[in-house]
Design a protein around this ligand. Structure first.
Ligand code: HEC
Length: 150
């Protein structure tokens, strides 16, 4: 009798132990498979991270996200798409893919001057309501130059 009680206890402990070990293993595999993609995503999404300088293979995606960032941050995308940069946006204003070369023909001044002092109605009120610094104008011009070359 005591013997069977003892073996019951031992079996219980063994069974529990093996089950737990299996659970642990499965858990570790899960962690390993989910961790890799999460880490890559974090790295590409946070260019301000400390890891940044170590990574040398990122300039291409960064240029695109930098261009979209300034257009997004300034609210341009609420009215404009830039299809050549794959940026979806509002349909109130024209697609800006060719604005870098097109603005001078249409509005009689190069893009950077147009952005400082737009000649068209809607853009005049957009810019007077939220003026762009020289630096921001330059970033937008760079982004739209890139867009026009694609
Ligand atoms: C409230 C909506 C709105 C916002 C916000 C807006 N735009 Fe516009 N944009 C327009 C409209 C509408 C036009 C068409 C011309 C006009 O009536 O001003 C235009 C025209 C332009 C043009 C001339 C394009 C062409 O082919 O004639 C450029 C360049 C431009 N916008 C850039 C920008 C940039 C850069 C921003 C962000 C700083 C911006 N816009 C924000 C509505 C907007």
């Amino acid at each position: 009798m005591p013997n069977s009680v003892a073996s019951f206890i031992i079996c219980t402990i063994l069974g529990f132990g093996i089950g737990f070990a299996g659970f642990e293993l499965a858990n570790k595999n899960d962690e390993a498979s989910t961790e890799t993609p999460t880490e890559t995503a974090t790295n590409t999404n946070t260019p301000t991270d400390d890891h940044e300088p170590e990574e040398t293979e990122q300039p291409a995606p960064e240029t695109v996200s930098a261009s979209s960032e300034i257009l997004n941050a300034k609210g341009c995308l609420s009215c404009h798409a830039v299809s050549s940069l794959d940026l979806d946006g509002g349909a109130t204003g024209p697609d800006l893919s060719q604005a870098f070369t097109g603005v001078e023909d249409k509005h009689g001044k190069p893009l950077d001057e147009f952005l400082k002092e737009p000649t068209s109605a809607v853009m005049s009120s957009v810019i007077s309501g939220s003026p762009l610094s020289d630096d921001e104008v330059q970033q937008i011009v760079d982004a739209l130059q890139e867009a026009s070359e694609k």
